[in-house]
Design a protein around this ligand. Structure first.
Ligand SMILES: [Zn+2]
Length: 458
C-alpha cells in the first residue's frame, strides 16, 4: 500500500466518525459552541465564542453560553478549534482552456476551504458555459466570479502580442474599435471586472479603462514590469493582478496607489515557482507534499514525484520563453522576483493599501495544486514578516472587498452568508494550522468533503 492511500484511509475514517456522531448536519440550523474566532478583518482571535448558523447565514455571534438555543438545534463542539471565514482565491485561471478540467479544480478548492473563486483571465465563452452549468448544479462548488479574456494589445514597438496563445484565453485588441466590441461582449456576459494585459499601450489602456468604467466594469491589470508605477496608476485602473515584482516600489509609487485607492493581489507563490526551484516545496519537499492533507487526496504519490522531477525542466522551458521575449537579463532578474515581491507586499500592506491574494493556478495540476496553494500563499506572507492574522485577512476580508462581495462573505459578521472554515489549532499562532481542516460550510451547509475526493477517478 502506498503512503498516499494509507493517508487517505486514515483521513477518511476520521471524517466518517464525525459524520456518524451527527455533530454537524448537512442542513438546518446549527450552533458552533465554545470556539475560537478569527473574524477575517485582521483583529486578534477571540476565544470561547458561540456562533449560530441559521437559514444559511451567520445569525448570531456571542460569548460562550450567552444565548439560549432550542434543544433540537445541532451542535458542534468547538473546543480546540478555530472558526474563520471561508477563503477566497481572487486570482485564478481555472477556465483557461476548453480542455481544462474545471470541475476537479473547483472541488479541490472547496475541499481546501476556498468558498469563493475569481478568475482573472479565461476563455469567455467557456466561462459562460461553466457559469450555466454551475448555476444548475446540485453538487457543491465554490461561488465563482468571472473576468473573461486576458485583453491584450500591441506593444509600443509595434510588435504583435504573443500570437502563440495555446490556451485561447488571450484576446488581442488592435484598435479602439476592438476595445469597444470586446468590452461590449464582456458587459453582455455580465462580467463585473475585466482583465487588461501586459502589451496594451498606455493610451489604449486609458481608453480601455474609460470604456470599462462607462459600462460599470472595473479593471484589473497585469502590466508586468510596470505594475504599481505612477504611469499605469494614472490610467485609472482599479487594481493589479500581482504585486510589483520587478523592482522595489518607491515611496512615491506607494503613496500614489494609496491615494487612488488602487488594490493589489499577491501571488508570491508564482514568483517563487518561476524564479527559484531551490525554494519551491514541490521541488524540495516531496515527502511533505505526499502526506499533506490538502494535496494527497487529489494526487497519487507518483504524480507528485514525477511533477517534482519534471519541475526543473518545466521551469527552464518557461524561462527560455521569457528570455526570447525579454532578453538574457530575464534569468538574472527572475532570481530576484520572489524577494522583491515579498518586500513590496510587506510595504504595500504596511502603508494601508488594500492587498488581497490569489493562486494564479489553472486548476487540477500536481505542479501547482490549487487548494493547497492559497494556504501556501498565506505562509509566504508570514515569511515576509507579516503576521498570520493579516495573511488570513488578505485571503478573506480583503479579497471580499476587492471583489465587492464583502456584504455577502469574507468575514465572521452577523447577517453574512455562512461560508465558513473550521480548523484544528490556532492559525493566528501557526499559519499552517489553516490546513488542519475539520469542516467547510458553504451558504450554511456542511460540505461533504470526502465526496469531493471520490470524483478523483472521473
Ligand atoms: Zn494570472
Amino acid at each position: 500500500m502506498s503512503i498516499n492511500s494509507m493517508t487517505a484511509i486514515v483521513f477518511f475514517s476520521s471524517m466518517s466518525i464525525a459524520f456518524a456522531t451527527g455533530e454537524a448536519s448537512s442542513t438546518g440550523d446549527m450552533l458552533i459552541e465554545n470556539i475560537r474566532i478569527i473574524d477575517g478583518k485582521g483583529n486578534a482571535p477571540v476565544e470561547a465564542q458561540d456562533v449560530l448558523v441559521a437559514k444559511g447565514k451567520i445569525a448570531r455571534v456571542a460569548d460562550h453560553g450567552e444565548f439560549e438555543t432550542a434543544a433540537e438545534v445541532k451542535r458542534v463542539d468547538g473546543e480546540g478549534l478555530t472558526l474563520m471565514p471561508g477563503l477566497i482565491d481572487a486570482h485564478s485561471h481555472i477556465f483557461f482552456s476548453r480542455d481544462a478540467d474545471w470541475r476537479r479544480g473547483l472541488k479541490e478548492l472547496l475541499y481546501s476551504g476556498i468558498t469563493s473563486v475569481n478568475t482573472v483571465g479565461g476563455v469567455l465563452e467557456f466561462e459562460m458555459e461553466a457559469k450555466e452549468i454551475l448555476a444548475n448544479s446540485d453538487e457543491p462548488f465554490p461561488t465563482v466570479s468571472f473576468s473573461g479574456y486576458l485583453q491584450n494589445g500591441i506593444s509600443e514597438e509595434g510588435k504583435l502580442p504573443d500570437e502563440v496563445d495555446s490556451t485561447g484565453m488571450i484576446l488581442s485588441l488592435k484598435s479602439n474599435q476592438d476595445v469597444v466590441s470586446a468590452l461590449d461582449r464582456h458587459q453582455a456576459a455580465g462580467i463585473k471586472m475585466v482583465k487588461a494585459y501586459m502589451q496594451l499601450p498606455l493610451r489604449r489602456l486609458e481608453f480601455f479603462v474609460d470604456e470599462a468604467h462607462k459600462r460599470g466594469m472595473r479593471v484589473v491589470i497585469d502590466s508586468s514590469r510596470a505594475i504599481g508605477t505612477v504611469a499605469i496608476n494614472r490610467t485609472g485602473v482599479d487594481g493589479y493582478a500581482h504585486q510589483p515584482w520587478h523592482f522595489p516600489a518607491s515611496r512615491e509609487e506607494i503613496q500614489d496607489a494609496k491615494q487612488r485607492g488602487i488594490w493589489f493581489l499577491s501571488t508570491l507563490n508564482v514568483f517563487e515557482f518561476m524564479a527559484s526551484t531551490e525554494r519551491y516545496p514541490l521541488a524540495d519537499e516531496v515527502e511533505y507534499l505526499i502526506t499533506e492533507p490538502l494535496v494527497s487526496p487529489f494526487y497519487e504519490e507518483e504524480d507528485i514525484r514525477s511533477a517534482s522531477s519534471g519541475l526543473h525542466m518545466f521551469i527552464d522551458g518557461v524561462k527560455n520563453t521569457f528570455v526570447q521575449q525579454y532578453g538574457e537579463r530575464y534569468n538574472e532578474d527572475a532570481d530576484k522576483w520572489f524577494e522583491i515581491g515579498s518586500e513590496n507586499t510587506r510595504r504595500l500592506f504596511a502603508a494601508g493599501i488594500l492587498v488581497g491574494m490569489g493562486t494564479d493556478t489553472t486548476g487540477h495540476w500536481a505542479l501547482r495544486p490549487p487548494g493547497w496553494l492559497l494556504h501556501y500563499e498565506m505562509e509566504l506572507w508570514t515569511e515576509a514578516d507579516i503576521a498570520p492574522i493579516k495573511a488570513i485577512q488578505a485571503a478573506t476580508y480583503n479579497n471580499a472587498r476587492i471583489l465587492e462581495i464583502d456584504d455577502k462573505t469574507g468575514s465572521i459578521s452577523e447577517g453574512l452568508e455562512a461560508d465558513l472554515l473550521i480548523v484544528a489549532g490556532d492559525p493566528a499562532a501557526n499559519i499552517r494550522d489553516t490546513r488542519n481542516i475539520r469542516y467547510v460550510f458553504l451558504d450554511g451547509k456542511l460540505v461533504d468533503r470526502p465526496s469531493l475526493v471520490s470524483s478523483k477517478s472521473n
